[in-house]
Ligand binder design. Structure first.
Ligand SMILES: [Zn+2]
Ligand SMILES: [Zn+2]
Ligand SMILES: [Zn+2]
Length: 128
C-alpha cells in the first residue's frame, strides 16, 4: 500500500490510489473525477503528477483521451522500467488495459528510442 512509497500519505492520495487499485483498466481524468465525491482539481493534478513521478501510475495515450494506468511493482521513482506491454483499447466499451507482451524489437537506424508506446485497438474479452 501507500506506506511503501516515499512520500507523505494523505486521505486524498489514499483515495486516488484505491481508485486505481479497484479498476483493472486505465482511468481517464473524467473517470477519476467521477469516483471522487469532492475534490480540488489542482490537488488532483498534483497527485497524478506525483504518482507518475513515483512510478505508481503511467500515462496512456489512447486515441485523443489521456488515461492513467497503474504501474507494475518494478516501477520506482528513479525510473519507470520499460513497460513491455501494449495498451489495448476496446472499440466497444472504450476501456484501455495494459497487456503484457514480449519486448518489442524495433530498431530505427541512426536514432535512439527513448520511449515506445504501442496502442492496439479491437474488442476486449468482455466484448467479444
Ligand atoms: Zn511505470
Ligand atoms: Zn470491451
Ligand atoms: Zn500501461
Amino acid at each position: 500500500m501507500i506506506e511503501n512509497y516515499n512520500f507523505r500519505t494523505t486521505p486524498f492520495r489514499e483515495k486516488i490510489l484505491s481508485l486505481f487499485q479497484s479498476k483493472e483498466y486505465a482511468l481517464s481524468l473524467e473517470e477519476i473525477e467521477n469516483g471522487l465525491d469532492q475534490f480540488d482539481r489542482i490537488t488532483l493534478y498534483r497527485t497524478l503528477k506525483l504518482f507518475q513521478d513515483q512510478g505508481i501510475i503511467h500515462l496512456v495515450n489512447s486515441g485523443n483521451i489521456k488515461k492513467y494506468a497503474m504501474c507494475k511493482e518494478e516501477c520506482t521513482s528513479e525510473k519507470h522500467h520499460h513497460h513491455h506491454h501494449v495498451h489495448f483499447t476496446c472499440d466497444k466499451c472504450q476501456q484501455t488495459e495494459c497487456i503484457e507482451s514480449k519486448p518489442l524489437d524495433i530498431k530505427l537506424e541512426g536514432y535512439q528510442i527513448k520511449e515506445l508506446e504501442v496502442n492496439v485497438s479491437g474488442f476486449c474479452k468482455n466484448c467479444l
